[in-house]
Design a protein around this ligand. Structure first.
Ligand code: G4P
Length: 287
């Protein structure tokens, strides 16, 4: 479900998000826990500048816990509340609304309590780039309370608010922004996770880059899965050929089918079969 972005579309999306923002009290920004900055639209900070925000690191079941915790600290140090969740097991989902009310919107809630307005609804909007799990989170939060809206192009979607609890309403239409395709490192991380189209890089190049990253940062993940040795200066191609050899992926003449090996590595990584892997570390802060 790749979305094609073009300038007119981007401008319209920006405007739509900006106008919807005026209707909500807080923004819930979903990012991929494996690559929290790369899976973010750089304009989001600016677009949502005046709204309290919760950053949700979703798919935390696929990321390395230690790194995820460092990311949570990073976002907090930048002034945004942040939590890790995973829609697969449901971990963390129950804390979303309490964190929003007790922390993200503390000021508003305190003010309402002082003015005897605790019954007033809190309104939220979910934003994020494609594939980070916005729909999964909306479905988990709203469940059967969610109205069925036709998804056909040309059918006008009127604004739908879904009640999440007694005093919380969610705009049933996430704000979808595009990722930073221009930055090569970012594009590669997004390609690893399948967030952007596989034809940005050919699959073998992608798998070689992933194997090199894993050999350096999570060597045990590929040693265990593929039963290969990793020596000091092995190239991505060496690693890919080793995987193919171990899996018996040979073409006639004994040549290794590196394309099949590449598809296997990428699929197994995306499916979490190589273990819990983070693709990006928080930027170092200057002291
Ligand atoms: P979006 O609205 O932001 O575009 O994302 P969406 O919810 O459609 O989720 C994109 C893919 O990520 C889906 O997989 C979904 O199941 C998966 N996903 C969402 N949250 C999590 C999570 O916390 N952990 C894991 N492991 N996966 C998650 P899909 O392959 O596109 O569809 P399907 O396999 O669910 O049918």
């Amino acid at each position: 479900k790749q979305i094609q972005w073009f300038p007119g579309h981007m401008a319209k999306t920006r405007r739509l998000i900006a106008s919807n923002l005026s209707l909500v009290d807080a923004v819930v920004e979903i990012v991929d826990a494996r690559s929290p900055l790369s899976s973010r639209n750089p304009e989001m900070d600016h677009l949502t500048k005046n709204k309290p925000r919760l950053v949700i690191l979703n798919k935390s079941d696929l990321a390395d816990d230690k790194t995820t915790q460092r990311w949570i600290n990073y976002f907090r140090s930048e002034g945004s509340e942040a939590i890790a969740v995973d829609c697969k097991s449901g971990k963390g989902l129950k804390s979303i609304l309490p964190v929003i009310k007790k922390s993200v919107l503390k000021e508003l809630m305190d003010k309402r309590a002082r003015n005897g307005m605790t019954g007033a609804a809190v309104r939220l909007m979910i934003v994020g780039i494609p594939n980070v799990g916005k729909s999964s989170i909306i479905n988990k939060l709203a469940g059967s309370k969610r109205a069925k809206v036709e998804d056909r192009p040309g059918v006008t979607r009127t604004k739908q608010w879904v009640k999440l609890d007694d005093n919380t309403e969610l705009l049933d239409m996430p704000g979808v922004l595009w990722p930073k395709f221009e930055d090569q490192d970012v594009a590669i991380r997004l390609a690893f996770t399948g967030a952007i189209s596989d034809d940005i890089l050919d699959i073998e190049t992608l798998a070689m880059k992933l194997l090199s990253y894993l050999a350096e940062n999570y060597p045990e993940s590929i040693i265990e899965r593929y039963n290969i040795d990793i020596s000091d200066n092995e190239t991505g191609l060496d690693l890919l050929e080793n995987v193919g050899k171990k899996r018996g992926m040979v073409i006639s003449g004994g040549e290794i089918n590196t394309e099949r090996a590449a598809i296997t590595v990428i699929d197994e990584f995306r499916g979490g079969k190589l273990g819990r892997i983070s693709l990006e570390n928080p930027p170092e802060k200057e002291l």
